[in-house]
Design a protein around this ligand. Structure first.
Ligand SMILES: Nc1nc2c(ncn2[C@@H]2O[C@H](COP(=O)(O)OP(=O)(O)OP(=O)(O)O)[C@@H](O)[C@H]2O)c(=O)[nH]1
Ligand SMILES: [Mg+2]
Length: 356
């Protein structure tokens, strides 16, 4: 996602890195390049201004000027300020209390239904017993899609019956699934947040009192995602975001801007259309490392685990333990890595991959 931005930042920083002294001219030129790179990546201009003014102020301070390697120090300053813009620290999903409800809302096609399934996988792995609830009463195919995903990831699911209102379906689900300890509500998507959808979401919110109202945003849509976020936040109030399609080669501006513009945290990201791959917790520090091109080693380990077929891995591990690992197994392992997209996704997380 951040390949181009990372490349441009690295080029700008490389020039400064070698310098023993940072002259005002070098600094101005370096910051200008960084500003262009951020704008090119579709980062909100107010965010760029805030970030750059903080970096510039610190670059002119003693802390950087007196450092033995001011270019390197500047790189560290940019990283720290990026982390601040991204929200400082990880914000966990709230799930306290008895049978909490999480509502997933968003415009058409943003990835709500897929994210519901992925969130269920994330929670199941942590010992929770989530249920999926469909509330799109107008589109029968929406219920069917959710049911299929629920079956694939192995969690219970309730979808609307003919003539039911969304909140009636939700109430029925709470009663019908006493064994579940949290409920994930998938909602209808429209091109715009207005009219019946707005009414429906507000009413649903009143009736089910969600602990979390997560807005699902397509990271590919850049500045649009930021506008959508502001509008949803004003109208229905959101507690956080899920950014989807982070595996695309979009410019990544939304991911960088959204927290600062709205004041609400990104809680999860999704980097795969496969429902069985869980949502990934959003961590400002790890994301900033990725943007800087320093790699995300923790992310790399997690992703490698998800992308490699678990069944094949288990078999190979078993053989290795018994000392029967052979060339055929090695070939199988390499084949796993050659599956479409696997290496592309992993290389973005490798430290220094993009360093010029
Ligand atoms: N590559 C990729 N595709 C995704 C991701 N998340 C969702 N998708 C795809 O995006 C498309 C829309 O996803 P849905 O989950 O149906 O979106 P939705 O918001 O529920 O759509 P509506 O209910 O029609 O509003 C599907 O083709 C998904 O497979 C992701 O993280 N990466
Ligand atoms: Mg849907």
């Amino acid at each position: 996602m951040f390949e181009r931005l990372t490349g441009a930042l690295q080029r700008a920083l490389k020039r400064l890195r070698g310098q023993g002294v940072l002259t005002p001219e070098d600094l101005r030129e370096g910051l200008r390049e960084i500003r262009l790179a951020l704008l090119e990546a579709d980062v909100n201009y107010k965010v760029v201004r805030e970030l750059l003014s903080r970096v510039e102020k610190r670059a002119l301070s003693e802390e950087v000027q007196r450092s033995i390697a001011p270019g390197r120090k500047l790189e560290a300053v940019l990283f720290e300020e990026l982390v601040r813009i991204l929200g400082e620290r990880r914000e966990a999903l709230r799930l306290e209390g008895k049978r909490p409800v999480v509502m997933l809302v968003g415009v058409e096609g943003s990835g709500k239904t897929t994210a519901c399934a992925k969130l269920a996988v994330y929670l199941s792995k942590r010992g929770r017993r989530p249920a999926l609830v469909g509330t799109d009463t107008r589109r029968p195919a929406a219920g069917e899609q959710l049911r299929q995903l629920a079956e694939k990831v192995g969690v219970p699911c309730i979808t609307p019956e003919e003539g039911e209102e969304p909140w009636e379906t939700a109430r029925r689900a709470f009663k019908a699934l006493p064994g579940c300890d949290c409920f994930l509500l998938d909602t209808a998507g429209r091109m715009h947040l207005e009219g019946d959808l707005l009414y429906e979401l507000k009413r649903l919110k009143e009736e089910v009192k969600p602990l979390e109202m997560l807005l699902v945003l397509d990271a590919v849509t850049g500045q649009d995602a930021v506008n959508i976020a502001q509008r949803f936040n004003e109208e229905v109030g959101v507690t956080g975001f899920i950014l989807t399609k982070m595996d695309s080669d979009a410019r990544g501006g939304a991911a960088i801007s959204i927290r600062w513009v709205t004041g609400r945290p990104i809680k999860f990201i999704s980097s795969s259309e496969r429902p069985e791959v869980p949502l990934e917790e959003f961590d400002p520090e790890r994301m900033a490392k990725r943007i800087m091109g320093w790699g995300d080693v923790e992310g790399l380990m997690e992703r490698a685990e998800q992308l490699v077929d678990e069944e094949v891995e288990r078999r190979i591990e078993e053989k290795a333990r018994k000392g029967r690992f052979d060339l055929e197994d090695l070939r199988e392992q390499l084949r796993q890595l050659r599956r479409p997209g696997v290496l592309d996704q992993l290389k973005q997380l490798l430290p220094g991959w993009l360093r010029p």
